[in-house]
Design a binder for this molecule. Structure first.
Ligand code: SF4
Ligand code: SF4
Length: 353
């Protein structure tokens, strides 16, 4: 829509200006790591953070959320749709792609009105990543190193200023009435071109094949012995899914108060990697081994989401690799499958199955 320049010196005033109108959250430093949290004061905001422990999806899908309350005597139920006008600052492009996927998932079939309420009242201010955030990230391989089309405001660090790309009316509203921004000069355009040209060589492709080959590779790997090998070392702890920006599975519970007359239905984050996740009526667990659960996770990331929603289910953030105590990583898993495929092993195992 438009492109503006904001001097870095004006950022604290802008954050304060936003805080008078919205709940403002962004990356903050906590005990050597970075977490998205509500910004009480502009100096808490760390826009050049490497990565965050949890992705900003927690503001769209809270870890625990009341879906509805009920009165057991009158049999009345009341939906609990909560939202708060929120600006999320400093969202990396991989997390923007993840939110794009979450948007699609929660608007397809049964629209999730709780997610929709949070999302509609949230404005995203993304930021261009100019160098890899950690050793485990592989965003360049997954095509998430640039911001997806449907951004609100997108910042690029130009040294003493930010380039501010306005991508939507919601984004434009964050600047309306704020005067410490101006139209770019030709020097500003030259600077942004230079910054963008310099960033790409800093990232490397970490998959040994093109990501478009991933769904077929996974289809061929259904009977691969690699899943048993991963299952043998996996702890089934679920950390990989807890930190993942594209995971959204949840558990539902009904909780009744002590008088047994009123209660609420809540949902909390769950993990397909935990043993009881796939246990259904009669005690049957349809994904009872860690091997099956690992296969399921990687199939979802590289194949199922693409088939169901047209978007890949992994954005290459690397958080799961950093969180896994036994070093199970998407890059190593996908590359190992590709290596076995090239040696003909996947085809052989498929024939023998
Ligand atoms: S699977 Fe891992 S690398 Fe991929 S989006 Fe999830 S946490 Fe990030
Ligand atoms: S974090 Fe690692 S050990 Fe834990 S469930 Fe995920 S893959 Fe298994």
């Amino acid at each position: 829509m438009s492109f503006k320049i904001m001097p870095k010196a004006a950022l604290p005033d802008w954050v304060t200006w936003l805080k008078n109108r919205y709940r403002v959250v962004g990356p903050t430093a906590r005990q050597g790591q970075y977490v998205f949290a509500e910004i009480a004061s502009p100096d808490e905001l760390v826009l050049d953070y490497p990565t965050s422990v949890l992705p900003p999806k927690k503001y769209l899908l809270p870890q625990r959320e009341t879906l509805f309350t009920f009165d057991a005597q009158s049999m009345q139920m009341k939906a609990n749709i909560e939202w708060e006008p929120t600006v999320i600052l400093g969202v990396h492009t991989c997390d923007m792609h993840a939110i794009r996927l979450l948007d699609k998932v929660h608007a397809t079939g049964y629209t999730d009105q709780h997610y929709q309420a949070h999302r509609q009242h949230t404005t995203l201010v993304s930021i261009e990543c100019l160098s890899p955030c950690m050793e485990h990230s592989f965003c360049k391989s997954m095509g998430t190193l640039t911001v997806p089309e449907d951004y609100d405001l997108h910042l690029t660090d130009l040294g003493d200023s930010y380039g501010v790309d306005v991508g939507s009316e919601k984004g434009e509203a964050l600047l309306q009435g704020f005067t410490a921004i101006w139209d770019p000069t030709s020097e500003d355009y030259q600077r942004i071109n230079k910054v963008m040209a310099e960033k790409w060589p800093r990232f490397s492709y970490r998959l040994n094949f093109d990501v478009t080959e991933l769904p077929d590779l996974l289809a061929l790997s259904n009977n691969s012995s690699l899943w048993n090998e991963l299952g043998d070392i996996c702890l089934g702890c679920g950390q990989c899914t807890k930190v993942c920006p594209t995971c959204y599975c949840f558990d539902v519970r009904d909780e009744v108060d002590l008088s047994l007359t009123k209660g609420e239905r809540t949902r909390t984050w769950d993990s397909c990697q935990i043993d009881r996740f796939a246990t259904v009526a009669g005690g049957h667990n349809f994904r009872s081994t860690r091997a099956l659960r690992n296969r399921h996770r990687f199939m979802r990331k590289g194949k199922y989401h693409l088939e169901a929603y047209g978007l890949i289910g992994c954005v290459g953030c690397g958080r799961c690799a950093a969180a896994c105590l036994v070093h199970i990583t998407p890059v190593d898993t996908f590359n190992e499958l590709y290596r076995r495929h090239k040696k003909g092993e996947l085809l052989e195992e498929a024939k023998q199955a």
